[in-house]
Design a protein. Structure first.
Length: 348
């Protein structure tokens, strides 16, 4: 080949681009080899949270509603194993049936295993005790909403507290009279209105006045009546977060509710053991014995398995519903937190 051809080939080779290298595809992130890198310590987060909770403690506010004489105070005292609710020893001359529903909040600090709980028991003397009980649920609904309003106003403050005092009602125990028949219109009316704003747990009071057959039949009847009237009690079906929750809560909704309970703060000796119970001519009804009543189921449900969930449903559902309505009514603006002289002085 002549010099001209070799020059042409060189020019051609310059024009042909070199084959590009393929871009390096980043590898998919592999699972961290713990044995290679050693212990990280993610599992200590639970312990950190526990320590923080131990330091601050937590609030739990429980409301009891029902006619006089159904053992509301005794049951709450039995639940928390201390005198946390007013103790009435029958009527005395000074004590009269309130003409209207009164709201009495009593606060206590209970400590167990180093954990502090600020417990508030909200009593409602006078509910259902009048000849005309029309709209007697209104003061109770007003009180519940006032607590939401109080929390909302604290939340929208510019200089808000690091920890807003929580006075919102987390749980309402509604006491049903052990008639063995059907629910009274007052029961249905109360639960219909209040189930929209608070977690209602229906309880059949003084269940030792019914035979086992009567109790089973009455529980079924109450469940059916609540369903027919579209009354949702806690735990509400739509708030079950996963299949495990649904399975556990379905069992409670279909078998346990409403809890048929007996309360007592008196101790007796049974087979060499001290037990809480009620003495009758034919023996002692043991409060914590599941063959005698469902008190232990109620206690485990309210305190040992669902207490945190009761608080979360109150905050994420009932309070959020109230908050959204208030902001909507206010044209999207938060309600003004009116600073009283008392608040102003406490801030100085």
């Amino acid at each position: 080949a002549g010099p001209v051809e070799s020059r042409t080939e060189a020019a051609m080779s310059e024009l042909v681009p070199e084959p590009r290298q393929k871009p390096v595809v980043p590898m998919k992130p592999m699972g961290i080899n713990a044995s290679l890198l050693g212990y990280i310590g993610i599992d200590t987060i639970i312990e950190q949270m526990r320590k923080k909770t131990m330091k601050t403690g937590f609030d739990f506010n429980i409301m009891v509603v029902g006619q006089s004489g159904l053992g509301k105070s005794t049951l709450v005292n039995t639940l928390f194993k201390s005198q946390v609710s007013r103790k009435s020893s029958g009527w005395n001359r000074e004590e009269k049936i309130p003409k209207t529903v009164e709201i009495k909040a009593i606060g206590h600090v209970i400590e167990e295993g180093g954990v502090k709980m600020k417990l508030t028991v909200i009593d409602t003397p006078g509910f259902g005790d009048q000849i005309n009980n029309e709209n007697c649920w209104e003061p109770i609904e007003k009180y519940i909403n006032e607590q939401y309003e109080k929390f909302l106003k604290e939340e929208v403050n510019i200089a808000r507290k690091k920890r807003i005092p929580d006075t919102r009602v987390h749980c309402c125990l509604y006491f049903i009279s052990p008639t063995g028949h059907s629910l009274r219109p007052l029961d249905l009316e109360f639960m219909k209105h209040l189930s929209k704003v608070v977690n209602i747990i229906p309880v059949i009071a003084k269940a030792d006045t019914m035979t086992l057959e009567e109790k089973t039949e009455f529980k079924q009847r109450v469940r059916k009546e609540l369903e027919v009237n579209g009354i949702e009690f806690y735990p509400q079906k739509e708030f079950d977060e996963d299949l495990e929750d649904k399975t556990e809560n379905d069992k409670i909704r279909q078998e346990s509710m409403p809890f048929a309970v007996v309360g007592s703060d008196k101790e007796y000796q049974v087979n060499g053991k001290r037990v809480l119970g009620r003495k009758t001519p034919w023996g002692i009804i043991e409060v914590e014995n599941l063959t005698h009543c469902e008190f232990a189921l109620l206690r485990d449900f309210v305190i040992r398995t669902h207490l945190q969930d009761l608080k979360e449903v109150t905050h994420n559902i009932h309070y959020e519903t109230y908050r959204a309505k208030r902001l909507n009514d206010n044209g999207g603006l938060p309600p003004m937190a009116v600073e009283t002289e008392e608040n102003h002085e406490s801030n100085l």
